[in-house]
Design a protein around this ligand. Structure first.
Ligand SMILES: [Zn+2]
Length: 854
């Protein structure tokens, strides 16, 4: 759909009295009426009450009308045309921009409309053609239009802002900062903030940003146009014809599960890899992907064309939170240097956001009427956020893990299809279908300020040169083994003869729908036959707040998720996890509890797979397997690059006194060693060495420590590699932030949820052996220290597992996926410090260090 509009000069200044009240609710449609003369405004007022009028460029009046009112207005003899007119500026369809192209939220009558933003960007690009370009990177599948009986594809808009933006050679050399604004259509904060920020830069409101445009290029992407445009009467939205709501995803489902990330990929999601089914850049993507998620394909392909990206942020909204804005550091393979870059990005954004902290608090008070509809207090969360800003991993902040997230895709290495830059998911409170997306000027104003801060923080980061390094307490040896290496060629379906495998999803995936009553529960079921070996379940509620349980055929609850347990509600973004379980034949049930005061629609996707060992992605997803060879020992190669001490490999079976001569510390992340190795390791410790044992390395404890027997070493699998309890007085968790307890990301190394191996020691035996406890999981000691002879053993029972190949992982694997906290515990275990330098100056130093002055 397109509209002609009259091109007018863009002016600044409040011709319309401000603020105006928001006008859109479920029964009224924003309507623009063109009149023959201004004298007719009174007649319209008598029908519609509050009316906004203009005589420039022609007499027109705007109001939110019921159907009956619209009919009466249409009967006025001087009324020429009536337009459905969604958007922030009531007169944008006339090309009339008295308050600028994108008025401030306080002066806007509604959320910025998709067509309005497209027309507005065209205006700005014309007025500022040396600094701004707007174009479409591709098209969406389109919402189904009940009036025209076809789909309406819309463009994936990209805006670039830089000095001499049409000089493409110069552009390619500038540092590029990517802000992805609208991946979830029902989370409006990013789509409200970015257009206003862009206009502000062009109009000189940010001189410090303008001054950077010679060296920086700002890229803004507006993905998921369908979710944005869903709020129109010609579409059904959330299953309801004419419902005035934005939608989260596109035709292929949740737009933030569609990215081709290395590691575990849930078959419940549609994954967009523009390299095609052969991952070769020559084949086409699977047909079902091309048909349902062409927008994601276009976005991925376009982003890969930027050669000098330095950071990326992805703007979301959550329902409610203890923190007004959250930054989520997503999974990747991150060295110390990479992590310090990610956390500098977190900090530069945090500085900008907390600069407005008083404004948050004042405005938070005013939000109470809005947030009461979501009853965050029912979950023990305060109505007003407790603090402006917090950050952590997704598990630490919003309580779950998943696959196919865009911020993680941006962070993964380029050779694995990612963008290879520090990237964050940003979450904004009260920006997820709150009040059915009713426009609230004060709340949106606050969110716009918050996300302008996030964009400025990303720009700040781009101007800095950040390095991370490690100063350790002595040279480190680590024991290598091939037993930890995982290769694509080990997979049964990879035989190297290039046989194509047909994608056949028939009958394996079903989606069950239900409506969960207000404050009540509902359930859906799916029969699973005896041939299935795994069952993937993807519960999804449109209204964002639900708890869920998965019940096996024998009646046991095998998975559960409590909406109120984390720090946030409705984050990332329907707030429900994806589950994968070993299938049993029989009836599987998902129960959902609705915490809202209104009924909510829910969908639950069930997908079964039958595979002897590892499922074949060509058959399950339509993508060939990417080749890989990975080992968690790569952690130490990367540490060697970043550390001031030697970090050297010693081969398993060759660990003798000569090999360890000169080393103060020894790391053993596995138990693939022989008796001679173990004897040497024991002498090393007793003679005063520092031994770091991780993962299966804990199996060696009975041979190294008196009083710990084989049965005292425990192995469990957990949701993720995480500690339940942390003792903050222990040196191994020196400088931990209170939110941190998550040691490594599961999906990038192939693990689905509830498969994370955690090794520990029975706490009684550990106590008897004189150990000190830093952290436990399930009551067993997972992080702690034992004194042995003159030396010490540091335990980290879950940090560097070998890649898991039994789940779908078409896009390869990473070697390791330690979180910031996981790195911190290892840093402390090595008596080391993690140091950040910004523009050559040391700005941060964490970790216990060697205890020596330096
Ligand atoms: Zn979201």
């Amino acid at each position: 759909m397109s509209y002609d509009y009259v091109r007018r000069p863009i002016r600044d200044g409040p011709d319309i009295p401000a603020p105006v009240r928001p006008v859109v609710d479920g029964d009224r449609r924003p309507t623009l009426v063109e009149f023959d003369d201004a004298a007719s405004f009174e007649a319209m007022r008598s029908v519609a009450g509050e009316v906004r009028t203009t005589t420039d460029p022609e007499p027109a009046a705007y109001a939110a009308l019921t159907t009956a009112e619209a009919e009466r207005v249409a009967e006025l003899p001087t009324a020429r045309t009536l337009h459905f007119s969604p958007g922030a500026n009531p007169f944008w369809r006339l090309g009339y921009y008295p308050l600028g192209v994108f008025p401030t939220p306080e002066r806007s009558v509604d959320y910025i409309d998709f067509e309005e933003v497209a027309a507005g960007f065209d205006r700005l690009a014309e007025a500022f053609d040396d600094r701004m370009r707007v174009f479409s990177a591709g098209e969406s599948a389109g919402k189904y239009n009940y009036v025209t009986d076809r789909r309406d594809p819309r463009g994936v808009l990209v805006v670039e802002v830089a000095e001499d933006v049409d000089d493409r050679e110069a552009f390619a050399e500038k540092k590029q900062v990517l802000t992805n604004c609208t991946i979830h259509g029902n989370e409006r904060a990013g789509g409200e903030a970015a257009p206003r920020f862009i206009e502000g830069v062009l109009r000189g409101q940010y001189p410090e940003v303008e001054a950077l445009l010679d060296e920086l290029a700002l890229v803004f992407t507006f993905t998921n146009p369908d979710g944005w445009a869903a709020r129109r009467p010609q579409y059904e939205s959330l299953g309801v014809p004419g419902a005035p709501l934005h939608e989260r995803g596109n035709l292929g489902g949740d737009t933030n599960r569609q990215f081709p990330n290395p590691g575990w990929i849930s078959p419940d999601h549609t994954v967009a890899e523009p390299l095609g089914s052969g991952l070769d850049g020559e084949t086409n993507p699977p047909e079902y992907v091309a048909e349902t998620t062409p927008d994601a394909l276009a976005f991925v392909e376009h982003c890969r064309s930027y050669e000098n990206l330095v950071c990326a942020i992805d703007l979301h909204g959550m329902l409610s939170s203890k923190d007004f804005v959250l930054a989520l550091d997503g999974a990747s393979q991150s060295s110390s240097d990479d992590l310090e870059n990610s956390f500098e990005l977190i900090d530069t954004i945090g500085e900008r956001i907390t600069a407005n902290v008083e404004e948050w608090e004042t405005a938070g008070e005013a939000l109470s009427p809005v947030t009461e509809t979501a009853s965050p207090s029912a979950f023990g969360l305060s109505v007003v956020p407790e603090q402006a800003y917090n950050f952590g991993t997704p598990v630490e902040t919003i309580g779950y893990s998943g696959t196919g997230f865009v911020d993680e895709w941006m962070a993964f290495p380029e050779e694995l299809g990612g963008l290879g830059v520090p990237s964050l998911t940003m979450e904004m409170s009260y920006s997820n279908l709150v009040g059915g997306n009713v426009y609230d000027q004060a709340r949106v104003g606050l969110q716009v300020d918050g996300y302008k801060g996030a964009i400025l923080g990303a720009i700040d980061f781009a101007t800095r040169d950040v390095t991370g390094r490690v100063e350790a307490g002595g040279d480190v040896a680590y024991v290598t083994t091939d037993a930890l290496t995982r290769r694509a060629e080990d997979l049964g379906h990879v035989d190297g003869d290039g046989d194509a495998v047909e994608y056949d999803p028939s009958g394996k995936s079903t989606t069950e729908e239900t409506t969960v009553p207000a404050g009540g529960s509902a359930s859906v079921s799916r029969a699973v036959d005896a041939r299935a070996t795994t069952l993937s379940v993807n519960p999804h509620v449109h209204r964002s707040v639900a708890s869920a349980r998965l019940i096996a055929p024998d009646g046991t609850t095998v998975r559960s998720f409590e909406a109120g347990e984390g720090r946030a509600l409705g984050g990332r973004c329907c707030a429900l996890p994806t589950w994968q379980v070993d299938a049993q034949a029989g009836e599987w049930t998902v129960e959902l509890d609705n915490a809202l005061g209104t009924p909510g629609d829910a969908e639950v996707g069930f997908t079964t797979a039958a595979a002897a060992d590892a499922p074949n992605p060509a058959a399950e997803l339509g993508y060939e397997q990417r080749d890989y060879e990975v080992t968690p020992l790569r952690y130490f190669e990367d540490l060697d690059e970043d550390a001031n001490v030697a970090v050297d490999a010693v081969a398993s079976g060759a660990v003798d006194a000569a090999a360890l001569d000169g080393y103060d510390q020894l790391a053993l992340v596995h138990d693939d060693v022989d008796a001679g190795d173990v004897d040497t390791v024991e002498s090393f410790v007793r003679d005063g060495g520092n031994l770091v044992l991780t993962d299966t390395g804990l199996n060696l404890l009975p041979e190294l420590v008196d009083g710990i027997a084989a049965e005292d070493v425990t192995e469990r699998t957990a949701y993720v590699g995480e500690l339940d309890e942390v003792n903050d007085s222990h040196p191994l968790v020196t400088d931990r932030r209170p939110i941190q307890d998550h040691l490594w990301y599961i999906a990038p190394v192939g693990y689905s949820e509830n498969e994370a191996p955690i090794y520990g020691v029975d706490s009684g035996a550990f106590d008897d052996a004189g150990g000190t406890v830093a952290g436990t999981t399930g009551g067993d000691v997972v992080v702690g220290t034992l004194e042995v002879g003159d030396g010490q053993i540091q335990l980290i029972g879950s940090l560097l597992p070998p890649a898991e190949q039994s789940n779908l992982h078409p896009f390869g694997m990473v070697d390791y996926a330690a979180t910031y906290f996981g790195h911190l515990v290892m840093t402390n275990a090595l008596f080391a410090e993690q140091i950040r330098e910004v523009d050559g100056e040391e700005t941060r130093r964490i970790g216990r260090g060697s205890g020596e002055d330096d």
